[in-house]
Design a protein around this ligand. Structure first.
Ligand code: Z5A
Length: 228
């Protein structure tokens, strides 16, 4: 028989992770992997299924977090220390979660977010070489257990991704890094996919946009919509 204490613990857990709560999808990958392209296609498709998600991005998503994003991407801040970068990423995330993501999920709305904490493990952990335990500590502090329900990880060779990204715009502070940095980012993402295979779906991004979109739909259908 359930006690009052066990009932309230169950209710608290279900409001944060389960019944009535919206679904949280994140898109990840290295430079030019096609996240933003696929995010638009995914949102159109979800709307066609009768789901109208909140669409957001990191760093960013609130007025203050967008200002932090501008600071992080500005090549004029080339000397920003890796520790300061890590703290800024999590400061933006704290604001984004409190003001935007958590209220939407609690209201039963789906959230689709272009990058989230896996990017911190990949860029600040893999790319900058910061200690994993420091990222984990900030993740616990800021997220208090909240994790995406599904992460779509777009994997592409560094050379192809950079060629795509550089066709499109002038390099920002991250895009000015060398090839070895982006190889470490990619390796860190691949490690995340192996370690968290129940949450992360690795998608080969070196295919046509339509083929990648079909893989995205299959993953969302199977993992979140209970389809075959
Ligand atoms: N960052 C961090 O360090 N730590 C963190 O915790 C977080 C972020 C959250 C901003 O991210 C930066 O923040 C990011 C890491 C850091 N580093 N940088 N730079 P962002 O997501 O805003 O920026 P981005 O990674 O540079 O995204 P991107 O270059 O916009 O890439 P994308 O969204 O993956 O690609 P895309 O814009 O969809 O496509 C790029 C081009 O390829 C475009 O011309 C498309 O038309 C084309 N494309 C797309 N798909 C295909 C296919 N299938 N075939 C051929 N061409 C394609």
């Amino acid at each position: 028989m359930m006690t009052t204490a066990s009932i309230s613990a169950t209710e608290a857990r279900s409001s944060r992770q389960g019944a009535g709560r919206g679904r949280f999808i994140t898109l990840e990958g290295g430079e030019g992997a096609g996240k933003t392209t696929q995010l638009k296609r995914l949102v159109d498709w979800l709307q066609g299924q009768g789901i109208d998600p909140l669409v957001t991005r990191e760093p960013g998503g609130t007025a203050a977090a967008e200002r932090i994003r501008a600071l992080l991407l500005d090549s004029a801040n080339a000397e920003l220390s890796a520790d300061a970068e890590l703290l800024l990423v999590f400061a933006a995330r704290a604001d984004h979660l409190t003001l935007c993501i958590e209220p939407a999920l609690a209201a039963g709305r789906w959230v689709v977010c272009d990058r989230f904490t896996d990017a911190t493990y990949a860029y600040q952990g893999g790319g900058r070489g910061l200690d994993r335990s420091r990222i984990e500590a900030l993740e616990r502090f800021v997220q208090r257990g909240l994790q995406p329900d599904l992460t779509l990880l777009f994997d592409l060779s560094v050379a192809s991704g950079l060629a795509r990204a550089r066709q499109r715009s002038a390099p920002d502070r991250f895009e000015a890094e060398d090839l070895a940095f982006f190889e470490r980012v990619r390796a860190a993402y691949q490690e995340i996919a192996e370690r968290s295979s129940e949450r992360v779906c690795l998608i080969h991004a070196d295919q046509t946009e339509a083929a990648v979109a079909a893989a995205v739909k299959a993953s969302v259908t199977q993992r979140l919509l209970g389809g075959a």
